[in-house]
Design a protein around this ligand. Structure first.
Ligand code: GDP
Ligand code: IMO
Ligand code: MG
Length: 425
């Protein structure tokens, strides 16, 4: 019996979707615990490519049950679109997907307020999916939850109350057109009819499943450095992608978690604003973006690219309690003559002892690099650690030592088959 938390260990897009799909073979239940449709998790199977935003990546294996926990914020439009798309590919959803009655709903005003906020002074570069404003309402205790869909009168009343306040804000502060309350009420009452069948008491269900000896995989979205508490605030998302979020976001207690798997890209990327010490703003960065096809799976935005940051991953391992990691996209580095690895940061002439999350310091640090020789050959066919070129092995050994991580999975291509397990590192 395993209860594994899978966390993005950098700034998101580490390849979580691919690894969740791979591991789902060994798990009976896969659960999303935070975030919302800001996530874009890509899974390539044969000639098909799926991008999952809200539904756990385990859905692509028939015998896996998928659960959306209370920590997730759900846009019903995005959810129903995703269900329809998966069903059009012949994937069964009913009876295999369950949604926590305690998850919060993204409302049209959340998306509008997200875009308004982005046009203001502090641009975060959000995905525009209404994530921040929805979590604001959740913590202000004004949120509308999945369970409210079951009580039409209460749902209507809550929407009216919220709209009264939001329309005041839209009209008087932001000078934009008010939203039509009747239209939103009709729309959400309609969602009820379609979403009802998925609603479940998730903490009870998951704890029972664990009791029965089922294996559960908790699929994080985003990444540790985008965590609202431990990330590079304010350039973060509004939830807790770190492993602790897996407990609060599902109702599974910490003492039931057996291990934490970090997903680590062999280099670093970031989407949106915020400090990024190892960012490459030159031709090498451009080459990484091209080779790695680094364009957002949700927004299509080009991802910022840079060298592997071992100092950052060491911090990530610390706050997540990472047991072992999957290193992804190693193949993307194959064309470089030399590859740099950041081992620490210099600040005001001194080496920092711990990772600075504050904007001022992180924007001013100077990364310290070591340069390793590249391997300059295609590795996408490699199926074992031994088959990798010597310099690729040395690179893996170096980054695992520098970041203080144990590597258990290596990924050398986007497909399921391009992955192998290892206990060498
Ligand atoms: P996620 O958000 O963490 O699930 O990651 P994304 O799906 O947003 O981005 C990862 C991208 O890299 C996707 O296009 C994957 O298909 C792709 N990918 C995953 N693993 C590998 C790999 O080992 N090599 C290559 N070349 N691509 C990979
Ligand atoms: P996956 O799960 C990468 C980033 C946005 C922005 C910040 C806040 O695919 O790894 P938000 O819309 O959440 O309020 O945006 O967080 N961001 C991601 N970056 N991968 C993601 O998800 C992300 N989800 C949000 O670009 O900088
Ligand atoms: Mg992604």
């Amino acid at each position: 019996m395993r209860v594994t938390v899978l966390v993005g260990s950098q700034w998101g897009d580490e390849g979580k979707g691919k690894i969740v799909d791979l591991l789902s073979e060994k798990f009976e239940v896969v659960v999303r615990y935070q975030g919302g449709a800001n996530a874009g998790h890509t899974v390539e199977i044969g000639s098909k490519k799926y991008v999952l935003h809200l539904i756990p990546s385990g859905i692509l294996r028939d015998d896996v049950i998928c659960v959306i926990g209370n920590g997730v914020v759900i846009d019903p439009v995005a959810l129903l679109d995703e269900i329809a798309l998966l069903e059009s590919h012949g994937i069964t959803i009913k009876g295999r997907l369950f949604i926590s009655h305690n998850a919060h709903l993204i409302m049209p005003y959340h998306k509008l307020l997200d875009s308004i906020s982005e046009s203001g002074k502090t641009k975060i570069g959000t995905t525009g999916r209404g994530i921040g404003p929805c979590y604001i309402d959740k913590y202000a205790r004004k949120g509308i939850k999945i369970i409210d869909l079951l009580y039409p009168k209460i749902l209507e009343e809550k929407i009216r109350q919220n709209l009264e306040e939001k329309n005041l804000l839209l009209r008087n502060i932001y000078n934009v057109e008010e939203l039509d309350v009747e239209k939103i009420i009709t729309q959400y009452l309609e969602f009820d009819k379609q979403i009802d069948v998925y609603i479940k008491d998730v903490p009870a269900y998951l704890n029972q499943a664990i009791e029965e000896g089922k294996s559960v995989l908790l699929e994080g979205a985003q990444g540790a450095l985008l965590d609202v508490d431990h990330g590079t605030y304010p350039f973060v998302t509004s939830s807790n992608p770190t492993s602790g979020g897996a407990c609060t976001g599902t109702g599974i207690p910490p003492n039931k978690v057996t291990d934490v798997l970090g997903i680590v890209k062999a280099y670093t990327t970031r989407v949106g604003e915020g400090p990024f010490p190892t960012e490459l703003l030159d031709a090498e960065g451009e080459e990484l973006r091209r080779q790695g096809n680094e364009f957002g799976a949700t927004t299509g935005r080009p991802r910022r690219c840079g060298w592997f940051d071992a100092f950052l991953v060491r911090y990530s391992a610390l706050i997540n309690g990472i047991s072992s990691v999957a290193i992804t996209k190693l193949d993307v580095l194959s064309m470089f003559d030399e590859i740099k690895v950041c081992t620490g940061y210099e600040f005001e002439g001194k080496l920092l002892k711990s990772f600075p999350t504050d904007f001022q310091k992180l924007s001013a640090v100077k990364p310290v690099y070591v340069t390793l020789p590249g391997w300059k050959e295609d590795i996408s066919h490699c199926l074992t650690f031994d088959q990798l070129p010597e310099n690729a092995k040395k690179y893996l050994k170096y980054i695992s030592d520098a970041a203080g991580i144990k590597v258990s999975i290596i990924s050398v291509g986007p497909k399921r088959e391009s992955t192998f397990f290892t206990d060498v590192l």
